[in-house]
Write a protein that binds this ligand. Structure first.
Ligand SMILES: [Cu+2]
Length: 232
């Protein structure tokens, strides 16, 4: 009479131990995943802080361009409202998203002087970028020692070409490239000559748009434009 209950008790204890063990495993499972999620969140925050650090907001260069490009992809807005709340991060329209990011940066900076901030010139510039990138016709002709590109368009496109391509020659010059523009009635003729800074094969490969993205200067300039501190 005393043996059976003892065995039953032992078996019961063993079942209880297994149940507790299993429960502990079950509890650790989700907690472990939660821990990893938190860690991932911290890593994203660190990444975000790195991307937004003062060092990243200095003068141009490809590194700057790359970092800003990354920021655009997983930017502050997407981080705050997109990934954490399950809403999409994409703003729906490039120029709108660019302005959204810049406005968020200005709002996050206590030093922002709202009496100087003006978003309208940035919008005009982004329209120029759109015209030049998507609507301009670029007729490229290889020279013995360079490339000659007739960049043309109508109306707003021609005006944007004249503003942007002409200004970009200054950027190319600062990089040691030999570039010049000549005004056409409906655009400009851009001529870039091969040099130590850029060999002929690379010029040929880059073509109009590859040349236009050299310098990665847009991101810092867009912020300065919005702050009212940069004029073309
Ligand atoms: Cu720009």
């Amino acid at each position: 009479m005393s043996k059976l209950p003892w065995k039953t008790l032992l078996a019961g204890a063993a079942i209880l131990a297994v149940t507790v063990f299993a429960y502990a495993q079950f509890s650790n499972g989700p907690m472990g995943r939660h821990g990893q999620m938190s860690q991932g969140g911290n890593m994203r925050q660190m990444h975000e802080q790195m991307m937004q650090g003062p060092g990243m907001q200095g003068s141009g260069g490809m590194h700057q361009g790359m970092n800003n490009g990354m920021q655009g992809g997983t930017g502050q807005h997407g981080e705050m409202h997109g990934q954490r709340s399950g809403l999409p991060a994409m703003p729906g329209q490039d120029a709108s998203g660019t302005i959204q990011e810049v406005v968020a940066m200005l709002e996050a900076d206590p030093a922002t002087d709202w009496s100087k901030v003006n978003i309208a010139p940035l919008r005009e510039h982004l329209i120029d970028m759109n015209e030049v990138t998507l609507r301009a016709a670029a007729s490229e002709r290889m020279l013995d020692n360079g490339i000659e590109i007739a960049v043309t368009g109508e109306g707003r496109t021609a005006a944007a070409i004249k503003r942007m391509v002409t200004a970009h020659v200054q950027v190319l010059a600062s990089m040691g490239w030999n570039a010049k523009t000549e005004e056409l009635t409906n655009g400009v003729k851009l001529t870039v000559t091969a040099s130590d800074a850029v060999p002929l094969a690379k010029l040929k490969a880059l073509g109009f748009m590859g040349i236009m993205v050299q310098g990665g200067h847009h991101q810092p300039h867009h912020l300065l434009m919005a702050k009212g501190e940069f004029m073309h």
